[in-house]
Ligand binder design. Structure first.
Ligand code: NAD
Length: 498
């Protein structure tokens, strides 16, 4: 772990295994609530000392950009590490798990160049007053992230927090802590003062929950499941910490009858099978009009069969990696069993690929489930695996109604030829991001986050520093006498001029 600028071990360790073959790849310290206390104390001391927040923004930007450069110089090594740790195929890991976070680190750090840390306040008509309005750092922030795209979701929190002058304690997911530790290493090599950024590894209940409840933590940023997000909001309410929550999704992809079918077939699979469906942004519900349904499903299953599933995520020819753990694979298989029992059909996939090379890892073929109706569990719950649920619609109004009939509201998409019609549909979809003719269009300048139970707040985009600063204003009254200052509102003697 990295606490107060030092590498810290724990009496207890645990093993991180590769989900591709179950082999150990690292031994990691198992943090405890006491480690959280130490990390929060280090972060609080660094905040109180002013060593970081009193630097000019240019000084903080320089450290973050230097760290991005150092990590970038290790791109291939970190990509391989990520691929082994969470099973992402190496082409995807290089672009999405490591390359994109580094670009976002640069972008988010750069936002501080023009950020209004201090601006003059307006004049006050009843007092000769000068004022300033500031955006100050909040203090010690906590970040808790999941395993699916660990560095990206970490950077979305660490970069805006640090560049605005806060200090932070990060708890990575227990299954994927390695890149967070490399981020800590490079931030400190770049000159980040001790205590400003701390990483405590360990599990959610011991380390995560204790961190959220800690009275010296002033803000929480979380990405993960809706169930844990709800817990976190409850704990944060105890001492009224603001919480940014990025939670689950059940993205609907609506194909209109004038869509380019070849591109839409590829795009629907790209939307759901990338990362083996372990992305909150995945398009997991496909809505097809009755007129194109049968032909589209045939093309989809044929195309899905061309995806190369493993067995080695480090092989550039691999298209899909494993699921993160045996529990996750079993959970997904459980959803498929229930779907079948409810009357759905497994049109493709549904089990692990055959062969001894797949036996030790947590593999599942790309799976397409048809005959799904909107009330089925497979159409309502987040599966978090390579599973597409196909639903039918008759009219576009019905498609929009089905798409919005969910507690989630993170992503949605429309495949269409006529852009005007596609935009009319997009306007009616309740989601933080709606993608026309593509999927996973996540870019630094666009605010990402969910409506409804997909979360609270947004990450990325030009306003992303606001979640890590608080307004504070200071005024100086230049009048001299008690009467001029308006104290006659209290002292009648002043009001009467006595
Ligand atoms: P999870 O909620 O179980 O775990 C996420 C993190 O929370 C982990 O670090 C875990 O250790 C920690 N945690 C668990 N219990 C905790 C508790 N009681 N208190 C504090 N921390 C606790 O999620 P997961 O299953 O590991 O990740 C997958 C989920 O994340 C999916 O539901 C997915 O949709 C969501 N996700 C959302 C986004 C987004 O941007 N909206 C991005 C990626 C993943």
């Amino acid at each position: 772990m990295f606490i107060g600028g030092e590498w810290v071990d724990s009496p207890e360790q645990y093993t991180v295994v590769s989900p591709a073959d179950g082999q150990p790849i690292a031994t990691v310290a198992k943090g405890t609530p006491e480690h959280v206390d130490q990390a929060v104390a280090a972060a609080k001391a660094a905040h109180d000392s002013g060593v970081w927040r009193s630097l000019p923004p240019s000084g903080r930007i320089a450290v973050l950009k230097d760290a991005a450069g150092r990590l970038g110089a290790r791109l291939d090594e970190l990509t391989a590490l990520q691929s082994r740790e969470n099973g992402a195929p190496v082409r995807l890991a290089g672009a999405f798990h490591v390359g994109m976070p580094l670009a976002h680190l640069e972008y988010l750090a750069g936002l501080a160049e023009d950020y209004p840390f201090e601006r003059p306040g307006p004049s006050i008509d009843y007092l000769p007053t000068d004022g300033v309005i500031r955006r100050d750092p909040i203090g010690v922030c906590a970040a808790i992230v999941p395993w699916n795209v660990p560095l990206l979701l970490t950077v979305w929190k660490v970069a805006p927090a640090l560049v605005t002058g806060n200090t932070m304690v990060l708890k990575p997911d227990e299954k994927t802590p390695l890149l967070a530790l490399e981020l800590a290493r490079e931030l400190h090599a770049a000159g980040l003062p001790a205590g400003v950024f701390n990483v405590v590894t360990g599990d959610g209940e011991d380390v995560g929950a204790h961190l959220v409840r800690h009275p010296d933590v002033r803000k929480v940023a979380f990405t993960g499941s809706t169930a844990v997000g709800r817990e976190i909001m409850r704990s944060a309410a105890e001492n009224l910490k603001p919480a940014t929550l990025e939670l689950g999704g059940k993205g609907p992809a609506i194909v209109l009858d004038d869509a380019d079918v070849d591109v839409a077939v590829d795009g629907v699979l790209y939307g759901v099978m990338t990362g083996s469906g372990q992305a909150c942004s995945s398009g997991t519900r496909l809505l097809l009009s009755n007129s194109i349904h049968d032909d589209f499903v045939v093309r989809l299953t044929e195309r899905a069969a061309t995806l190369k599933v493993g067995p080695d995520p480090l092989d550039p020819a691999t298209d899909m990696g494993p699921l993160i753990s045996a529990e996750q694979r079993d959970r997904v298989l459980g959803y498929l069993e229930t779907a079948k029992a409810n009357g759905a059909t497994i049109a493709a996939g549904g089990s692990a690929p055959e062969g001894p090379e797949y036996e030790a890892g947590f593999w599942l073929e790309p799976t397409i489930v048809t005959d799904v109706t909107p009330d089925m569990e497979i159409a309502r719950e987040e599966v978090f695996g390579p599973v597409l649920a196909v639903l039918r619609y008759e009219t576009l109004d019905e498609a929009i109604e089905i798409a919005n009939d969910t507690e989630y509201g993170l992503t949605a998409g429309v495949w269409a030829g006529d852009e005007t019609r596609a935009k009319e549909v997009a306007d009616k979809l309740d989601a933080g991001a709606v993608w026309i003719n593509n999927w996973h269009v996540i870019a630094s300048g666009y605010p990402f986050g969910g409506m409804k139970q997909s979360g609270i707040g947004r990450e990325l985009g030009p306003e992303s520093l606001d979640a890590y600063t608080e307004s504070k204003y200071i005024t100086v009254d230049r009048s001299s006498t008690s009467a001029e200052k308006g104290f006659g509102l209290l002292f009648g003697s002043l009001a009467s001029g006595a």
